[in-house]
Design a protein around this ligand. Structure first.
Ligand code: GLU
Length: 253
């Protein structure tokens, strides 16, 4: 691994009551710091703004659903970045925030601008932290979810690996809730696992395994290795980097 994108889902970052899981954020910060120390360039794509904002603020009764989501995103994004800022600052690492939108990946100018910005940050030792600009990006302007966004960022930045951390261990060869189902360790993008994958969506975020898998397959076909693992497991990033056989996950090549 030389340059990686780590995507963390809302379910990993929030507790059951919806508040930000500061213990988890702290552990991920420690691990990202350790990866950087080993010379790996990391770009973090983080969800959790909307979930976090929802646990903090109460929208006025007259607001429609879209306005509520915008408000929660705006409030939650600050909370999220505040947490990352403080924890990385303890290691002397500066973080920078990139809020982006789908259309920024469609034209050349914005595309180049955001890439140059992140390249400059990496060169300067600053950790880019990316999320969708959820306060502005609504309905048809939105990415399918942050999994799609993380795939686009990995391609744009020429990352060799994308690690998607959610609250499940990987892609199962059957219904994950059934005994006997197990996580598929390695799969080629040429194989089609669609039949195994449930269409269920995440409870806190927008993503699901189906979109993760479709994106992972496309990305793997273009030469980026994709790893799907459980962000709630101890030292998941360190294990994936150092002893991948010691942690359950799915690798798509
Ligand atoms: N960008 C959204 C957030 O930060 C999450 C989108 C998703 O669930 O993938 O809350």
């Amino acid at each position: 691994m030389k340059r990686i994108v780590v995507k963390v889902g809302s379910n990993v970052l929030t507790r059951d009551n919806g508040t930000l899981d500061t213990t988890r954020v702290s552990s991920l910060t420690d691990q990202i710091q350790a990866l950087r120390k080993r010379g790996i360039e990391v770009i973090l794509v983080t969800s959790g703004a909307v979930a976090c904002g929802r646990s903090l603020a109460k929208a006025a009764p007259g607001l429609d659903e879209v306005q509520q989501r915008q408000l929660y995103a705006a409030v939650g994004q600050v909370r999220l970045m505040d947490q990352y800022y403080r924890l990385f600052a303890d290691y002397g690492i500066n973080v920078g925030q990139i809020l982006t939108m789908k259309k920024n990946f469609e034209g050349t100018e914005e595309y180049n601008n955001q890439r140059n910005c992140m390249e400059g940050m990496l060169e300067s030792g600053i950790l880019p932290i990316v999320n969708e600009n959820d306060a502005v990006s609504i309905t048809e302007l939105m990415f399918t979810d942050n999994d799609e966004l993380s795939g686009l960022v990995a391609t744009m930045m020429g990352a060799d690996t994308l690690i998607i951390l959610s609250n499940i261990d990987g892609i199962y060869n059957g219904d994950p809730s059934l005994e006997g189902s197990r996580v598929i360790e390695r799969v080629s993008h040429e194989e089609d696992l669609s039949a195994y994958i449930s269409a269920k969506h995440s409870s806190a975020g927008r993503g699901g395994m189906q979109t993760k898998y479709e994106m992972a397959r496309r990305l793997a076909a273009s030469g980026v290795r994709v790893i799907i693992a459980n962000g709630k497991r101890d030292a998941v990033l360190l294990k994936l980097a150092e002893a991948p056989e010691s942690i359950i996950h799915t690798e798509i090549r």
